[in-house]
Write a protein that binds this ligand. Structure first.
Ligand code: LCS
Length: 394
């Protein structure tokens, strides 16, 4: 599509692809190849030297993957994007690009368990330090920024506690100090939140989740300025690997077409289930950013289009009660991951966040009875009836 900027729903279907360049094929072709033949030895030399455009080897770039990267850059309102074999490959490539031994990362108080694990590894092996911050006000953030802070890393909503961070506020402080703000936007997708438009520098996705939407791909994406993306592409990604497979990119391009309508349905179902659960006598606490009494509700209104498709809750009782409840469910699947058509439930303390020591976990607000629900696309009444029968049977 030429210069014209289309609306989100249209860009999700068309951005980055011109069918005229591919024999009129309506759907982007799958270039399932590991390598590319050169027209001549000299042209091969020039491609390696970066003097001539053209593909070389799929770890360094692939036409199907490129279409996905351009589409995601358009949707996140960034200059460029880079695709990875997993969300964690994306997170690690970005953190390794922005830090070296002796540097410091300021991180939101609560992140996905493996991101926490990666921060520990960077500290132990490479002496890259980190601190966690609630990032609730300007002064607290300024006090935690050190002269050697080279990256501010934020998940919002935070997995699985659903606390939010005010991205515009953090970006303002960080930009004054020239520190890049990296946002893991997995829980929102660009349909609900675009951190780059709020002054943040880099966006990361576990594309395994809403971007894919069908539970059949593990993938990651990074979006940011051209120069930064080029650097990551030519350093950490080229030499460490973690490249997305063309088939996964093809599936993600297919998934992206329905992102807006899927997200609307995820959000609508979640609002309905929140209403159902909030007054249930067996529910102790519910964490959902769309709850007007949620302490970060005003941040949700400010930076998110809708409160997304996840909610966490505790049932009155102990960890055993929570596990008994999970075992009673019939329709809802006991599984980690999120953003799929199927409704999924998991127990963060023993699953996604089990690698975090109990004391640290509790400081992040993850206690042993917390459950996280990723609301799917089924009829919400069927999900509610399954929750009801399981609550009734404990
Ligand atoms: N960032 C967030 C916010 C995540 O939730 C996850 C995975 C990742 C990054 C890593 O992405 P991956 O490498 O798995 O594509 N979150 C998971 C979860 O909550 N349940 O299972 C995986």
């Amino acid at each position: 599509m030429e210069e014209k900027q289309y609306r989100f729903e249209t860009e999700a279907i068309h951005a980055g692809y011109q069918s005229e360049e591919h024999q009129g094929s309506l759907v982007p072709p799958l270039y399932q190849t590991s390598t590319f033949s050169f027209p001549s030895a000299e042209q091969g030399e020039n491609r390696f030297a970066g003097l001539e455009a053209g593909y070389v080897y799929t770890r360094l770039g692939n036409p199907t993957v490129k279409i996905l990267e351009e589409r995601m850059a358009a949707l996140e309102k960034g200059e460029a994007a880079l695709a990875f074999s997993s969300g964690m490959a994306a997170v690690s490539a970005v953190l390794m690009s922005l830090t070296k031994t002796g540097d410091h990362i300021l991180c939101s108080k609560g992140v996905y368990g493996c991101t926490f694990g990666l921060l520990q590894l960077l500290k132990k092996k490479y002496e890259i330090d980190h601190d966690f911050s609630l990032m609730k006000d300007t002064q607290a953030i300024e006090e935690q920024i050190r002269p050697n802070t080279t990256c501010i890393y934020i998940e919002t909503p935070i997995n699985p506690t659903m606390q939010l961070v005010d991205l515009e506020m953090v970006a303002q402080i960080a930009n004054e100090k020239g520190i890049p703000v990296v946002v893991d936007n997995t829980f929102c997708s660009p349909y609900l939140q675009t951190p780059l438009t709020l002054g943040c520098e880099v966006v990361i996705h576990s594309a395994t989740k809403y971007i894919c939407g069908h539970g059949d791909v593990i993938a990651g994406l990074v979006i940011g300025k051209k120069e930064f993306i080029h650097n990551v592409s030519r350093t950490t990604q080229k030499d460490i690997g973690g490249t997305m497979s063309p088939f996964d990119a093809w599936l993600l391009l297919r998934g992206l077409k329905t992102l807006p309508i899927r997200m609307d349905r995820h959000c609508e179902n979640t609002e309905k289930l929140f209403e159902f659960l909030k007054n249930h006598p067996k529910i102790e606490q519910i964490y959902f950013p769309g709850d007007p009494s949620h302490p970060d509700y005003f941040i949700m209104k400010k930076q998110m289009m809708q409160p997304s498709g996840l909610l966490s809750f505790t049932i009155k009782g102990t960890k055993k009660t929570a596990q008994m409840f999970m075992n009673q469910l019939k329709l809802i699947k006991l599984a980690v991951s999120l953003g799929d058509a199927e409704t999924l439930i998991q127990h963060p303390a023993s699953m996604t966040h089990a690698v975090i020591p109990k004391q640290e976990r509790e400081k992040m607000g993850i206690d042993d009875s917390l459950l996280r629900l990723s609301v799917g696309l089924e009829a919400w009444e069927d999900i509610a009836e399954d929750l009801e029968q399981a609550l009734h049977n404990i």
